[in-house]
Design a protein around this ligand. Structure first.
Ligand SMILES: *Cc1c(COP(=O)(O)O)cnc(C)c1O
Length: 407
């Protein structure tokens, strides 16, 4: 049979993919064809309310007019030129990012892991002879060697040792544990202000303030990984704005391009010690990618930051609906998060709940074994939240009929 004839059904696409795509993901058996607003459609035309957003990537949903217009305009000019030369979208995006943050300089790359790598290299250069970095337990920073080593979860390290040297882990939200690890060799401390993959765990503000003071005292670089919680996700442009303090460096990616791959590392002037030759990326600062980033920032900031305000309000609405559901559904043991980065902890693993939600047309993703994560596009409406809660209510009722031991 020709491949054109095989394209009709979802099952055929999946069979073809399984032959040729590297076996790195446990995927659900759906093949996405189209997105509109907060809704995705599979190749069979079934629709799904998308509360995953490509894992906190599609902040503007699908087919957002500003995003489409900016990218189309740039496509009519050029997509890529080397960093041997300047390009206006890169400069404009760097201006926006620095103007609305505490940072002075931006390095552009293509992903979260690369943004973390850039921060690790910059911190080690700034630290001169000091190379030791403290990362948090239960963290997630990406899959490249530096980022993977910084990830404080042994399951990500298995099979891939030896890891990058001089990285140690301290308990998250435990200042004594962090300060106990500081030595004369420590150059940086890396924290997700809200742990994402680790189960939507916000940092304790007092913990962050104490770490900030320790870093000031010892000239240690404080790095925030905001790959997931940055760019409007918490209802602030940056995650650190929720904590009344500023780090020295920040890693960004996911939401920054609204679905176009882009990452960025930002730093305050004092620690921005890279010189030509130290670090680079062929695609980093690509004109098309930076236009996507500019479209996202412009949209978040327009009309006096209306979309950020909406994120806070609608996030509170979602939380209140989840709290209502918790009253009738005791298997929900905790509700936490900020803005539209929300997790609910269940008294059991979430796999069967996620599976049943997909069947009923709602996309959700776990964050660790027991946490269901809600990271819809920031443009999500009350009606869409009500629809999602209705599906979730059905599913949890079904799941709660099953004894905990069966799952
Ligand atoms: C997703 C994520 C990363 C890795 O980003 P990639 O683009 O997959 O490399 C790093 N840090 C955090 C906090 C993330 O959520």
């Amino acid at each position: 049979m020709s491949s054109a004839m095989l394209q009709d059904t979802q099952t055929d696409w999946i069979a073809r993919g399984q032959q040729v795509v590297m076996n790195t993901y446990g995927r659900f058996p759906i093949v996405i064809e189209l997105g509109e607003g907060c809704t995705l459609f599979d190749v069979n035309g079934k629709s799904y309310l998308d509360f995953v957003s490509g894992i906190a990537v599609n902040n503007l949903g699908y087919q957002h007019p500003v995003w489409m217009a900016e990218l189309s305009e740039q496509l009519g000019k050029f997509a890529h030129c080397s960093n041997l030369y300047w390009n206006p979208p890169q400069i404009e995006l760097a201006e926006l990012l620095t103007r609305f943050s505490a940072f002075d300089r931006v390095f552009f790359c293509n992903s979260g892991a690369e943004a973390v790598e850039a921060a690790l290299k910059l911190a080690r250069k700034y630290g001169k002879h000091r190379k030791h970095v403290i990362a948090m337990e239960n963290s997630f920073h990406g899959r490249t060697y530096g980022a993977m080593t910084l990830t404080g979860q042994p399951k990500y390290h298995k099979n891939f040792e030896p890891l990058v040297p001089e990285i140690s882990y301290a308990a998250f939200n435990n200042f004594e544990a962090v300060s106990a690890q500081v030595t004369q060799e420590t150059c940086a401390i890396l924290i997700e202000p809200i742990q994402g993959e680790g189960g939507i765990q916000p940092a304790n503000p007092d913990f962050l303030k104490k770490v900030r003071a320790l870093c000031d005292e010892k000239d240690i670089v404080l790095i925030f990984d905001e790959v997931q919680c940055g760019i409007g996700r918490t209802g602030k442009l940056f995650g650190y704005e929720n904590f009344d303090m500023t780090p020295d460096m920040i890693a960004l990616a996911k939401g920054l391009g609204g679905g176009f791959p882009i990452g960025a590392m930002m730093a305050v002037e004092k620690v921005a010690v890279f010189e030509p030759g130290d670090h680079a990326s062929t695609f980093g600062g690509n004109a098309l990618a930076c236009k996507a980033g500019k479209a996202v920032l412009d949209t978040l900031l327009m009309n006096e930051q209306a979309l950020l305000k909406h994120t806070v309000e609608i996030g509170n609405y979602l939380k209140s609906k989840l709290a209502e559901l918790q009253k009738t559904q005791p298997m929900i043991t905790d509700i936490r998060g900020m803005g539209l980065m929300i997790g609910i902890e269940l008294d059991r693993t979430v796999a069967s709940t996620v599976q049943k939600c997909i069947e009923q047309g709602l996309l959700l993703v776990g964050a660790g074994p027991n946490v269901l994560r809600f990271v819809p596009p920031l443009i999500v409406t009350k009606t869409e939240i009500d629809a999602a809660i209705a599906i979730l209510t059905n599913v949890l009722n079904e799941v709660s009929q099953t004894a905990r031991g069966d799952i």
